[in-house]
Every structure is written in C-alpha cells, then in structure tokens.
Design a protein. Sequence first.
Length: 317
Amino acid sequence: MIRSPLSIAAALLSLCLLPAAAAPAVASHGVNDGPDQIALPIGWQPEGVTTNGKKVFSGSLATGSILKANPRTGETRVLPESATGKPAVGLDFDKRRKVIWVAGGPSGEVRAQDAKTGELLATYTAPSVATGRFINDLVVTRKAVYATDSFNQELVVVPLERRNALPASGPAQLLPLTGDISFVPGEFNANGIVKTRHGLVVGQSNAGLLFRVDKATGEATTIEGVSVPGADGIEPDHRTLFPEPSIWPLLTALATTALFVGSIFTPWAVVVGAVPVFITITGWFWPSKPGEGGTRQWPLAHRTLPMPNEATAGEHP
C-alpha cells in the first residue's frame, strides 16, 4: 500500500512523541512478592544497609558482622568471616571490586571486606583527634570512598587506584567541609552521604538539612526547601525521569520527521538532517544541574521504616 509523505510524517511524529507521553509512567514500579519483614539475629543491632542489586546486606553495631539477605525469600546468611569485633555502621557495595565498604563508627576506621565471605581485606584509619571520631556513613565512587565523621567537620577519604585494585591498608585522607555547613560540638552532625551526577549529598542530623558537597573542594551548599529532621541514611531516587515539562521531546520529533520527509526527495537530507536530530536527542537526555529547570532531576527520597522491638534494638546514631 502506498502512502503519501504527509501521512507517513504524521505517523512518525506520533511514534516519536509516544515515549515522551509515557515517560512519567517510568516512576511507578510494581511491587515484587516477598516478605514484609526480614528477621535478623537476636541482638544484631542493625544500622547500615546496602545492596548489590540482588541481595541486601546489613551490618551489626554489636559485632561488626555482615548479613546477606534475599529480599524475595527472606532467607539470610551471616558472612562467615565478617565479624571484626568493631561496629559496622554505614555500608556501601563496591561492584567494581566486589567488596563492601564499612564505616567503623568510633573506631575511626573505613574497612573493605569481601562481599562473599566478609573477610577483612584492608583498613584505612583517620588520624586521631581530641574530640574522637564517629565514622558514620560512606559512599564509593570511581575515584574514592567518602565517609562522614559526625564529630568533625571533614570527610574521611580513601583514594582508589585504577584497574579496580584495592589500595593497601594505611592512613585515610581528610577533606575539610566548608561553605554553608556548620558543626555543633558534641552533637551528631554529618551522617548519611550519597553520590549524584553532580557530586555528593550529605545529611546533617542535628540540623535536619541536606547539602551538596563538591568532591574536590569540600564546599557544602544547602539544598533549599528541604527539611529532614534527624537526617540519617539517604538515597537518591533515580526513577523520576521527567518531573518537569520539557520541549525537547517535541523538538526531537519535529527534527526526526523533517529528516524522514526530506529523505524521500533527496538522500542529502539524511546527512543534513542528522545534525538537528543529534542535537535535540542530546538536549532531551542531558541531565540538568541541580536547582535549575530541565528534563532530568534526581530527587532525594527519605523513608522511615518501623523496626520491631525497637526499644531493645539499641540506639542508632
């Protein structure tokens, strides 16, 4: 069947606009069947939690052990060599090195432990200070591990080597926090930390604030309009792709339609038309800077889950 160029263009335009119309639906996810709760050993005193995408890992404040759980079945197993006798506070899974990074709380340590056995592979210690230390949470990036110290206005940093090698045990580096953030002596200050496409985000428990932190300079900028009293663990929610209206899907559709219609009359239209198509697609999917309008935003989600027998689970900083 022969169709006119106009009808073909109209059909192509509708196909190009279809992904844009369906984009908000990306934010809704089905709920997998699985247990509502996963039982932990008595006296476990859980704090940090991380995942490798399939299994969930929980650290123990009491023994430093690490537990692996299947969220679909509820089956759990304590990694046999994970107990260190020191608290395991924040955790983060390192997919490149297949290790779990552990924030050591009052020990002032950042530990790297094997994700299969829990074996302690390396320890990085922050310099001792009169105020003491509490390494609370951490996050691994391509170039370094960044950990919060709730008592001292600085991040503890473990630089990472190329080729996914694990650095040898030794002293950790320090990155002073400057800018908007201000610590209160004797209180729990910096706590949760995550990475985003634009740097780090740190939560300050006693102030109930979130800060964007430059990984190179340590300068902290308050995220305006956000209040999270007692901010503890935080996690970026990457599911919302298009929370704001965008002109880019329409421009992409128009550019693609023009290329197709032009190619009917001359093959040179493909060469010339590829340029605006590339530009509009790049603009559509290019992440915008935080706080500016654009097509991609990375909102932060804070969830509080009830814990059974919370009164006997021990205090969590």
